[in-house]
Design a protein around this ligand. Sequence first.
Ligand SMILES: *Cc1c(COP(=O)(O)O)cnc(C)c1O
Length: 429
Amino acid sequence: MNASSTKIMTLKERDKKHLWHPLTQHKIHPEALPIVKAKGAVLYDEDGIAYIDGIASWYTAMYGHCNDYILNKAQQQMRQLDQIVFSGFTHQPAIRLSEELIKILPDNQEKIFFSDNGSTANEVGIKMALQYHFNKGEKRNTIIAFEDGFHGDTFGAMSASGLSVYNGPFEDFFIDVKRIPTPNSENIESVLTLLHSIIETHEVAAFIYEPLVQGANAMHMFEAEYLDQILKICKGCAIITIADEVMTGFGKTGKNFASDHIETKPDIISMSKALTAGFVPMAITSCTQEIYDAFLDDSVGKAFFHAHTYSANPIACAVAIAGIELLHSEEIQENIQRIVKSHKQFNDKIKDHPKVKTTRQKGIIYALDLNIDMDRYGKKRYEIFNHFMKQRIFLRPLGNTIYILAPYVITNKQLKQLYDGIIDLLEIV
Ligand SMILES: *Cc1c(COP(=O)(O)O)cnc(C)c1O
Protein backbone atom coordinates (compact mmCIF):
# COMPACT_ATOMS: atom_id res chain seq x y z
CA MET A 1 0.00 0.00 0.00
CA ASN A 2 1.29 3.44 -0.78
CA ALA A 3 1.82 5.63 2.23
CA SER A 4 0.01 8.71 0.93
CA SER A 5 -3.30 6.80 0.50
CA THR A 6 -3.36 5.37 4.03
CA LYS A 7 -4.68 7.92 6.41
CA ILE A 8 -4.40 6.59 9.93
CA MET A 9 -7.65 7.26 11.70
CA THR A 10 -7.83 7.50 15.47
CA LEU A 11 -10.24 5.27 17.40
CA LYS A 12 -12.37 8.36 18.08
CA GLU A 13 -12.70 9.05 14.36
CA ARG A 14 -13.48 5.42 13.53
CA ASP A 15 -16.02 5.29 16.35
CA LYS A 16 -17.97 8.15 14.79
CA LYS A 17 -18.24 6.42 11.42
CA HIS A 18 -20.53 3.54 12.36
CA LEU A 19 -21.32 3.51 16.06
CA TRP A 20 -24.48 4.69 17.76
CA HIS A 21 -24.02 4.98 21.53
CA PRO A 22 -26.68 4.48 24.23
CA LEU A 23 -28.15 7.47 26.11
CA THR A 24 -26.35 9.78 23.69
CA GLN A 25 -27.59 12.72 21.62
CA HIS A 26 -24.90 12.51 18.95
CA LYS A 27 -25.58 16.03 17.70
CA ILE A 28 -24.57 17.75 20.94
CA HIS A 29 -22.80 15.26 23.16
CA PRO A 30 -19.02 15.04 23.31
CA GLU A 31 -17.26 12.17 21.53
CA ALA A 32 -16.75 8.84 23.28
CA LEU A 33 -13.42 8.18 25.00
CA PRO A 34 -11.70 4.98 23.81
CA ILE A 35 -10.66 2.69 26.67
CA VAL A 36 -8.08 0.08 25.75
CA LYS A 37 -7.46 -1.79 28.99
CA ALA A 38 -8.82 -2.23 32.52
CA LYS A 39 -7.42 -3.87 35.63
CA GLY A 40 -8.71 -3.79 39.20
CA ALA A 41 -10.32 -0.40 39.80
CA VAL A 42 -8.45 1.28 36.93
CA LEU A 43 -9.35 2.06 33.31
CA TYR A 44 -6.66 2.99 30.75
CA ASP A 45 -7.24 5.11 27.66
CA GLU A 46 -5.35 5.08 24.33
CA ASP A 47 -2.66 7.38 25.67
CA GLY A 48 -2.08 5.19 28.69
CA ILE A 49 -3.85 7.62 31.03
CA ALA A 50 -5.29 5.80 34.06
CA TYR A 51 -8.72 6.61 35.52
CA ILE A 52 -10.21 5.25 38.75
CA ASP A 53 -13.48 3.53 37.88
CA GLY A 54 -15.63 5.06 40.63
CA ILE A 55 -18.83 3.35 39.48
CA ALA A 56 -17.46 -0.12 38.66
CA SER A 57 -18.58 0.35 35.04
CA TRP A 58 -22.27 0.56 35.95
CA TYR A 59 -22.01 -1.59 39.08
CA THR A 60 -20.72 -4.66 37.24
CA ALA A 61 -16.96 -5.09 37.84
CA MET A 62 -17.26 -5.29 41.63
CA TYR A 63 -14.30 -7.69 42.09
CA GLY A 64 -12.11 -5.53 39.89
CA HIS A 65 -11.78 -5.44 36.12
CA CYS A 66 -10.21 -8.50 34.49
CA ASN A 67 -10.04 -10.25 37.84
CA ASP A 68 -7.51 -13.10 37.51
CA TYR A 69 -9.49 -15.65 39.52
CA ILE A 70 -12.60 -15.15 37.39
CA LEU A 71 -10.54 -14.99 34.21
CA ASN A 72 -9.06 -18.44 34.91
CA LYS A 73 -12.46 -19.95 35.59
CA ALA A 74 -13.83 -18.42 32.39
CA GLN A 75 -10.88 -19.77 30.37
CA GLN A 76 -11.30 -23.28 31.79
CA GLN A 77 -14.98 -23.21 30.93
CA MET A 78 -14.35 -21.87 27.42
CA ARG A 79 -12.18 -24.89 26.65
CA GLN A 80 -14.73 -27.33 28.05
CA LEU A 81 -18.16 -26.24 26.81
CA ASP A 82 -18.98 -22.91 25.19
CA GLN A 83 -22.70 -23.00 24.47
CA ILE A 84 -25.60 -25.44 24.48
CA VAL A 85 -29.32 -24.97 24.02
CA PHE A 86 -30.83 -24.75 27.53
CA SER A 87 -34.18 -26.12 26.45
CA GLY A 88 -33.90 -29.91 26.66
CA PHE A 89 -30.24 -29.82 27.78
CA THR A 90 -28.50 -28.86 31.00
CA HIS A 91 -24.92 -28.52 32.24
CA GLN A 92 -22.84 -28.42 35.36
CA PRO A 93 -22.12 -24.65 35.46
CA ALA A 94 -25.87 -23.83 35.45
CA ILE A 95 -26.59 -26.52 38.05
CA ARG A 96 -23.78 -25.38 40.33
CA LEU A 97 -24.73 -21.73 39.92
CA SER A 98 -28.34 -22.50 40.89
CA GLU A 99 -27.10 -24.31 44.02
CA GLU A 100 -24.72 -21.51 45.02
CA LEU A 101 -27.32 -18.80 44.40
CA ILE A 102 -30.08 -20.54 46.34
CA LYS A 103 -27.69 -20.72 49.31
CA ILE A 104 -27.32 -16.92 49.39
CA LEU A 105 -30.73 -15.73 48.18
CA PRO A 106 -33.52 -15.02 50.72
CA ASP A 107 -34.61 -18.47 51.85
CA ASN A 108 -38.03 -18.44 50.17
CA GLN A 109 -36.36 -18.49 46.74
CA GLU A 110 -36.27 -21.92 45.08
CA LYS A 111 -36.10 -21.64 41.28
CA ILE A 112 -33.67 -19.94 38.90
CA PHE A 113 -34.59 -18.72 35.39
CA PHE A 114 -31.96 -17.32 33.01
CA SER A 115 -31.96 -14.38 30.63
CA ASP A 116 -29.43 -11.88 29.25
CA ASN A 117 -29.60 -8.50 31.02
CA GLY A 118 -31.29 -6.53 33.76
CA SER A 119 -34.19 -5.45 31.57
CA THR A 120 -34.98 -9.01 30.47
CA ALA A 121 -34.65 -10.23 34.08
CA ASN A 122 -37.46 -7.81 34.98
CA GLU A 123 -39.38 -8.63 31.81
CA VAL A 124 -39.28 -12.28 32.88
CA GLY A 125 -40.37 -11.33 36.42
CA ILE A 126 -43.34 -9.32 35.12
CA LYS A 127 -44.34 -12.07 32.68
CA MET A 128 -44.06 -14.71 35.42
CA ALA A 129 -46.33 -12.65 37.67
CA LEU A 130 -48.91 -12.02 34.93
CA GLN A 131 -48.97 -15.66 33.86
CA TYR A 132 -49.07 -16.86 37.46
CA HIS A 133 -52.50 -15.24 37.82
CA PHE A 134 -53.53 -16.25 34.28
CA ASN A 135 -52.70 -19.89 35.03
CA LYS A 136 -54.81 -19.69 38.17
CA GLY A 137 -57.72 -18.41 36.10
CA GLU A 138 -57.60 -14.86 37.46
CA LYS A 139 -57.56 -11.82 35.24
CA ARG A 140 -55.10 -9.42 36.81
CA ASN A 141 -53.41 -6.94 34.49
CA THR A 142 -52.20 -3.94 36.53
CA ILE A 143 -48.64 -3.58 37.79
CA ILE A 144 -47.76 -1.26 40.67
CA ALA A 145 -44.37 0.44 40.62
CA PHE A 146 -42.60 3.31 42.37
CA GLU A 147 -42.53 6.77 40.85
CA ASP A 148 -39.12 7.43 39.31
CA GLY A 149 -38.08 3.80 39.50
CA PHE A 150 -35.94 2.29 36.76
CA HIS A 151 -36.29 -1.30 35.62
CA GLY A 152 -34.80 -1.29 32.13
CA ASP A 153 -35.42 -0.37 28.52
CA THR A 154 -37.46 -3.25 27.06
CA PHE A 155 -41.21 -2.65 26.88
CA GLY A 156 -42.41 -4.31 30.07
CA ALA A 157 -39.48 -3.07 32.12
CA MET A 158 -39.78 0.38 30.53
CA SER A 159 -43.50 0.53 31.31
CA ALA A 160 -42.70 -0.07 34.97
CA SER A 161 -39.99 2.61 34.92
CA GLY A 162 -41.00 6.14 35.79
CA LEU A 163 -38.15 8.24 34.42
CA SER A 164 -39.63 10.23 31.55
CA VAL A 165 -36.36 11.00 29.75
CA TYR A 166 -36.27 7.33 28.77
CA ASN A 167 -39.96 6.73 28.16
CA GLY A 168 -41.45 9.73 26.35
CA PRO A 169 -42.04 8.40 22.79
CA PHE A 170 -43.34 5.00 23.92
CA GLU A 171 -45.89 5.78 26.60
CA ASP A 172 -48.87 4.96 24.36
CA PHE A 173 -47.69 1.37 24.14
CA PHE A 174 -47.16 0.62 27.81
CA ILE A 175 -48.65 -2.14 29.91
CA ASP A 176 -50.96 -0.84 32.65
CA VAL A 177 -48.85 0.55 35.51
CA LYS A 178 -50.00 2.53 38.55
CA ARG A 179 -47.40 4.42 40.57
CA ILE A 180 -46.85 5.13 44.23
CA PRO A 181 -44.18 7.40 45.74
CA THR A 182 -41.27 5.84 47.59
CA PRO A 183 -42.17 5.87 51.29
CA ASN A 184 -40.63 7.91 54.09
CA SER A 185 -41.58 8.82 57.65
CA GLU A 186 -43.70 11.74 56.47
CA ASN A 187 -45.64 10.27 53.54
CA ILE A 188 -46.04 6.63 54.63
CA GLU A 189 -49.70 6.99 55.63
CA SER A 190 -50.67 8.60 52.33
CA VAL A 191 -48.63 6.07 50.34
CA LEU A 192 -50.48 3.21 52.05
CA THR A 193 -53.83 4.91 51.43
CA LEU A 194 -52.98 5.31 47.74
CA LEU A 195 -51.83 1.69 47.57
CA HIS A 196 -55.11 0.50 49.09
CA SER A 197 -57.15 2.56 46.67
CA ILE A 198 -55.24 1.23 43.64
CA ILE A 199 -55.74 -2.33 44.89
CA GLU A 200 -59.47 -1.73 45.40
CA THR A 201 -60.05 -0.23 41.96
CA HIS A 202 -57.71 -2.41 39.83
CA GLU A 203 -56.90 -6.07 39.30
CA VAL A 204 -53.32 -5.83 40.51
CA ALA A 205 -50.98 -8.60 39.39
CA ALA A 206 -47.63 -7.47 40.78
CA PHE A 207 -45.62 -4.81 42.57
CA ILE A 208 -42.12 -4.23 41.17
CA TYR A 209 -39.59 -2.20 43.16
CA GLU A 210 -35.93 -1.49 43.63
CA PRO A 211 -35.36 -2.36 47.28
CA LEU A 212 -33.88 0.48 49.42
CA VAL A 213 -31.84 2.18 46.67
CA GLN A 214 -33.14 3.46 43.31
CA GLY A 215 -30.00 3.53 41.20
CA ALA A 216 -31.03 5.45 38.09
CA ASN A 217 -33.18 7.77 40.24
CA ALA A 218 -29.97 9.40 41.44
CA MET A 219 -29.34 6.82 44.18
CA HIS A 220 -32.52 7.77 46.01
CA MET A 221 -32.66 5.77 49.27
CA PHE A 222 -35.53 4.85 51.56
CA GLU A 223 -36.10 2.85 54.74
CA ALA A 224 -36.68 -0.89 54.99
CA GLU A 225 -39.49 -0.57 57.57
CA TYR A 226 -41.76 1.46 55.26
CA LEU A 227 -41.10 -0.77 52.26
CA ASP A 228 -41.94 -3.69 54.51
CA GLN A 229 -45.38 -2.21 55.24
CA ILE A 230 -46.05 -1.95 51.49
CA LEU A 231 -44.88 -5.52 50.89
CA LYS A 232 -47.08 -6.88 53.68
CA ILE A 233 -50.17 -5.29 52.11
CA CYS A 234 -49.25 -6.75 48.69
CA LYS A 235 -48.75 -10.21 50.18
CA GLY A 236 -52.13 -9.97 51.88
CA CYS A 237 -53.78 -9.37 48.48
CA ALA A 238 -51.91 -12.11 46.55
CA ILE A 239 -50.02 -9.43 44.62
CA ILE A 240 -46.73 -10.88 43.41
CA THR A 241 -43.79 -8.86 44.73
CA ILE A 242 -40.81 -8.46 42.38
CA ALA A 243 -37.57 -7.13 43.87
CA ASP A 244 -35.39 -5.61 41.16
CA GLU A 245 -31.95 -6.30 42.65
CA VAL A 246 -30.14 -5.72 39.35
CA MET A 247 -28.22 -2.82 40.92
CA THR A 248 -28.41 -3.64 44.66
CA GLY A 249 -27.51 -7.35 44.50
CA PHE A 250 -24.26 -9.06 45.47
CA GLY A 251 -23.08 -7.14 48.51
CA LYS A 252 -23.52 -3.50 47.61
CA THR A 253 -25.87 -2.65 50.49
CA GLY A 254 -23.63 -4.47 52.98
CA LYS A 255 -25.63 -7.72 52.75
CA ASN A 256 -25.86 -10.19 49.84
CA PHE A 257 -29.13 -8.62 48.68
CA ALA A 258 -30.97 -5.46 49.70
CA SER A 259 -33.97 -7.73 50.38
CA ASP A 260 -31.95 -9.19 53.28
CA HIS A 261 -32.53 -5.90 55.14
CA ILE A 262 -36.30 -6.27 54.83
CA GLU A 263 -38.49 -8.62 56.85
CA THR A 264 -40.96 -9.51 54.08
CA LYS A 265 -39.27 -11.48 51.31
CA PRO A 266 -40.15 -10.94 47.64
CA ASP A 267 -41.78 -13.67 45.52
CA ILE A 268 -39.47 -12.90 42.60
CA ILE A 269 -35.97 -11.41 42.46
CA SER A 270 -34.23 -10.12 39.33
CA MET A 271 -30.46 -9.84 39.17
CA SER A 272 -27.76 -9.01 36.63
CA LYS A 273 -24.87 -6.47 36.58
CA ALA A 274 -22.50 -7.75 39.35
CA LEU A 275 -23.84 -11.28 38.79
CA THR A 276 -21.24 -11.75 36.06
CA ALA A 277 -18.64 -9.37 37.50
CA GLY A 278 -18.28 -7.23 34.38
CA PHE A 279 -17.10 -10.16 32.22
CA VAL A 280 -20.10 -11.17 30.11
CA PRO A 281 -23.80 -10.31 30.05
CA MET A 282 -26.24 -12.56 31.87
CA ALA A 283 -29.26 -12.19 34.12
CA ILE A 284 -31.33 -14.33 36.43
CA THR A 285 -34.86 -14.16 37.74
CA SER A 286 -35.41 -16.29 40.83
CA CYS A 287 -38.78 -17.19 42.30
CA THR A 288 -40.52 -19.18 45.01
CA GLN A 289 -41.73 -22.75 44.70
CA GLU A 290 -45.31 -21.41 44.73
CA ILE A 291 -44.77 -19.36 41.58
CA TYR A 292 -43.07 -22.27 39.84
CA ASP A 293 -45.84 -24.69 40.81
CA ALA A 294 -48.47 -22.49 39.16
CA PHE A 295 -46.86 -23.32 35.80
CA LEU A 296 -46.98 -27.11 36.29
CA ASP A 297 -49.77 -28.74 34.34
CA ASP A 298 -50.59 -31.57 31.97
CA SER A 299 -51.17 -28.92 29.35
CA VAL A 300 -48.15 -27.33 27.63
CA GLY A 301 -50.01 -24.03 27.50
CA LYS A 302 -49.41 -23.32 31.19
CA ALA A 303 -45.62 -23.58 30.80
CA PHE A 304 -43.46 -20.46 30.77
CA PHE A 305 -42.72 -19.97 27.07
CA HIS A 306 -39.90 -17.48 27.34
CA ALA A 307 -36.39 -18.19 26.08
CA HIS A 308 -33.24 -16.41 25.05
CA THR A 309 -30.76 -18.08 22.72
CA TYR A 310 -27.93 -17.64 25.20
CA SER A 311 -29.96 -18.65 28.28
CA ALA A 312 -27.59 -20.07 30.92
CA ASN A 313 -24.53 -19.74 28.71
CA PRO A 314 -21.96 -22.02 30.41
CA ILE A 315 -19.16 -19.44 30.32
CA ALA A 316 -21.38 -16.81 31.94
CA CYS A 317 -22.46 -19.35 34.57
CA ALA A 318 -18.83 -20.24 35.35
CA VAL A 319 -18.05 -16.53 35.73
CA ALA A 320 -21.03 -16.03 38.05
CA ILE A 321 -20.00 -18.95 40.28
CA ALA A 322 -16.48 -17.49 40.56
CA GLY A 323 -17.99 -14.11 41.42
CA ILE A 324 -20.08 -15.58 44.25
CA GLU A 325 -16.99 -17.38 45.57
CA LEU A 326 -15.12 -14.08 45.63
CA LEU A 327 -18.04 -12.22 47.24
CA HIS A 328 -17.85 -14.60 50.19
CA SER A 329 -14.06 -14.57 50.47
CA GLU A 330 -12.65 -13.00 53.61
CA GLU A 331 -10.79 -10.49 51.47
CA ILE A 332 -13.86 -9.08 49.73
CA GLN A 333 -15.96 -9.09 52.91
CA GLU A 334 -13.22 -7.12 54.69
CA ASN A 335 -12.99 -4.76 51.74
CA ILE A 336 -16.72 -4.09 51.94
CA GLN A 337 -16.43 -3.17 55.64
CA ARG A 338 -13.40 -0.99 54.87
CA ILE A 339 -15.20 0.93 52.11
CA VAL A 340 -18.34 1.38 54.26
CA LYS A 341 -16.19 2.93 57.03
CA SER A 342 -14.15 5.01 54.63
CA HIS A 343 -17.28 6.55 53.04
CA LYS A 344 -18.61 7.40 56.51
CA GLN A 345 -15.42 9.28 57.35
CA PHE A 346 -15.53 11.11 54.02
CA ASN A 347 -19.15 12.00 54.66
CA ASP A 348 -18.31 13.48 58.08
CA LYS A 349 -15.77 15.65 56.34
CA ILE A 350 -17.98 17.09 53.61
CA LYS A 351 -21.60 16.86 54.73
CA ASP A 352 -21.67 20.43 56.06
CA HIS A 353 -19.97 21.96 53.04
CA PRO A 354 -22.11 24.84 51.69
CA LYS A 355 -22.15 23.28 48.19
CA VAL A 356 -23.51 20.00 49.58
CA LYS A 357 -27.29 19.82 49.93
CA THR A 358 -27.71 16.28 51.28
CA THR A 359 -25.73 13.07 51.53
CA ARG A 360 -26.72 9.42 51.89
CA GLN A 361 -25.11 6.01 52.14
CA LYS A 362 -26.21 2.39 52.05
CA GLY A 363 -23.39 -0.12 52.33
CA ILE A 364 -20.72 0.81 49.79
CA ILE A 365 -23.11 3.09 47.85
CA TYR A 366 -22.43 6.73 48.68
CA ALA A 367 -24.22 9.73 47.16
CA LEU A 368 -24.34 13.48 47.65
CA ASP A 369 -26.56 16.13 46.09
CA LEU A 370 -24.96 19.39 45.05
CA ASN A 371 -26.63 22.60 46.08
CA ILE A 372 -27.27 23.57 42.44
CA ASP A 373 -30.00 22.97 39.87
CA MET A 374 -28.94 20.74 36.99
CA ASP A 375 -30.48 18.83 34.10
CA ARG A 376 -29.87 15.11 34.03
CA TYR A 377 -28.08 15.29 30.68
CA GLY A 378 -27.45 19.06 30.54
CA LYS A 379 -24.32 21.11 29.92
CA LYS A 380 -23.37 21.45 33.59
CA ARG A 381 -23.43 17.70 33.96
CA TYR A 382 -20.81 17.37 31.22
CA GLU A 383 -18.65 20.08 32.80
CA ILE A 384 -18.63 18.17 36.08
CA PHE A 385 -17.98 14.88 34.30
CA ASN A 386 -15.03 16.48 32.47
CA HIS A 387 -13.73 17.95 35.72
CA PHE A 388 -13.59 14.45 37.18
CA MET A 389 -11.95 12.98 34.09
CA LYS A 390 -9.25 15.66 34.29
CA GLN A 391 -8.69 14.50 37.88
CA ARG A 392 -8.33 11.00 36.37
CA ILE A 393 -11.46 9.67 38.02
CA PHE A 394 -14.57 8.27 36.36
CA LEU A 395 -17.66 9.41 38.26
CA ARG A 396 -20.93 9.78 36.41
CA PRO A 397 -23.17 12.56 37.78
CA LEU A 398 -26.93 11.90 37.75
CA GLY A 399 -28.37 15.43 37.62
CA ASN A 400 -26.93 17.20 40.66
CA THR A 401 -26.11 13.88 42.34
CA ILE A 402 -22.54 12.65 42.59
CA TYR A 403 -22.23 9.05 43.69
CA ILE A 404 -19.54 6.47 44.32
CA LEU A 405 -20.14 2.78 43.73
CA ALA A 406 -16.58 1.54 43.32
CA PRO A 407 -15.26 -2.02 42.90
CA TYR A 408 -14.74 -3.81 46.23
CA VAL A 409 -11.02 -4.09 45.44
CA ILE A 410 -10.48 -0.32 45.29
CA THR A 411 -7.47 0.64 47.45
CA ASN A 412 -7.53 3.34 50.13
CA LYS A 413 -5.27 5.44 47.94
CA GLN A 414 -7.65 5.15 45.00
CA LEU A 415 -10.61 5.94 47.25
CA LYS A 416 -8.80 9.08 48.41
CA GLN A 417 -8.34 10.06 44.78
CA LEU A 418 -12.14 9.86 44.32
CA TYR A 419 -12.77 11.86 47.51
CA ASP A 420 -10.16 14.50 46.58
CA GLY A 421 -11.75 14.87 43.14
CA ILE A 422 -15.13 15.53 44.75
CA ILE A 423 -13.66 17.97 47.30
CA ASP A 424 -11.97 19.85 44.44
CA LEU A 425 -15.28 19.99 42.60
CA LEU A 426 -17.01 21.49 45.64
CA GLU A 427 -14.48 24.33 45.61
CA ILE A 428 -15.03 25.27 41.97
CA VAL A 429 -18.65 24.36 41.20
C1 LIG B 1 -29.32 -1.36 35.11
C2 LIG B 1 -30.61 -1.68 35.71
C3 LIG B 1 -31.60 -2.35 34.97
C4 LIG B 1 -31.45 -2.67 33.52
O1 LIG B 1 -30.41 -3.58 33.30
P1 LIG B 1 -29.78 -3.68 31.83
O2 LIG B 1 -28.78 -4.78 31.96
O3 LIG B 1 -29.16 -2.36 31.56
O4 LIG B 1 -30.87 -4.00 30.89
C5 LIG B 1 -32.77 -2.68 35.62
N1 LIG B 1 -32.97 -2.37 36.91
C6 LIG B 1 -32.04 -1.74 37.64
C7 LIG B 1 -32.32 -1.45 39.07
C8 LIG B 1 -30.83 -1.36 37.07
O5 LIG B 1 -29.92 -0.71 37.78
